[in-house]
Design a binder for this molecule. Structure first.
Ligand code: SF4
Ligand code: FES
Length: 249
């Protein structure tokens, strides 16, 4: 396949970026999207040019690092996959592919296609955990029976990989799908209920401090989420938040 790539290039957070055009030839339909970018970077290095910076780690759909806006869609044209799981067979010979970083105030561009998603880490630090007494008297987690339906829902919520596609897709750059998944995965379990009120208040507060927008129920986040995280989590977080607002001291 021969393709034309239009890629966002930006030296650093303080400079203005622009779209640069790169032709690329002999792309195998079996290559992953990131492998195709590797080939482009080899080509650029051989030409003495600066390679394109892009984020990745596991390349298996687990880590959430590969965050690219491809032809106007987070993680590209296919559903429920990450950019690293996207293959070139999803495109046609002769296609022009536009590749941009996530665009959101909460995700400032670091370089080219790499954005700073530290805001998600700070939201997690604000409450996305369970405090455990490690004195040696800790109750074995398996000793607490949990209804299967709750365990399944908690597990589904826990599959959010923090990629940020929900934010990038939302017209308000809201982070509520991610935050609600992280609130839900603990709120549904007895181990998480102890700190549930503080957790939801602190995480939502940090979400607002990080400059993410508010949910207006468009649902685009759910459509573009590579892990199929449900909007039901946002409804659950809103209920948790309301109840915590009345009960917390
Ligand atoms: S909710 Fe989905 S889109 Fe948002 S960070 Fe988690 S996995 Fe990514
Ligand atoms: S590189 Fe880890 S999810 Fe894509």
């Amino acid at each position: 396949m021969n393709l034309t790539l239009k890629i966002w290039r930006q030296k650093n957070a303080d400079t203005t970026g622009s779209v640069e055009t790169y032709p690329i030839s002999d792309v195998s339909p079996d290559m992953s999207f990131l492998e195709m970018l590797d080939v482009l970077n080899e080509q650029l290095i051989n030409e003495g040019k600066e390679p394109v910076a892009f984020d990745h780690d596991c390349r298996e759909g687990i880590c959430g690092m590969c965050s690219l806006y491809i032809n106007g869609q987070a993680h590209g044209p296919d559903r429920e996959i990450t950019t690293c799981q996207l293959h070139m067979r999803s495109f046609k010979d002769g296609d022009t592919i536009t590749i941009e970083p996530w665009r959101a105030a909460g995700f400032p561009v670091v370089k080219d296609l790499v954005v700073d998603r530290g805001g998600f880490d700070r939201i997690m630090n604000a409450g996305g955990f369970v405090s455990v007494n490690t004195s040696g008297n800790t109750i074995d987690a398996n000793a607490i029976p949990i209804p299967k339906a709750d365990a399944d829902e908690a597990f589904d919520a826990a599959t959010s990989i923090g990629c940020g596609a929900c934010v990038a897709t939302c017209k308000n750059a809201a982070a509520m799908l991610f935050v609600s998944a992280k609130v839900s995965q603990l709120a549904l379990l007895p181990q998480g209920k102890v700190e549930a009120a503080d957790r939801v208040l602190n995480m939502v507060n940090q979400m607002e401090l990080e400059g993410f927008g508010n949910c207006t129920n468009t649902g685009a986040c759910e459509v573009e989420c590579p892990k199929g995280i449900s909007l039901d989590n946002i409804a659950r977080m809103n209920r948790e938040y309301l109840s915590a607002s009345f009960t917390s001291k």
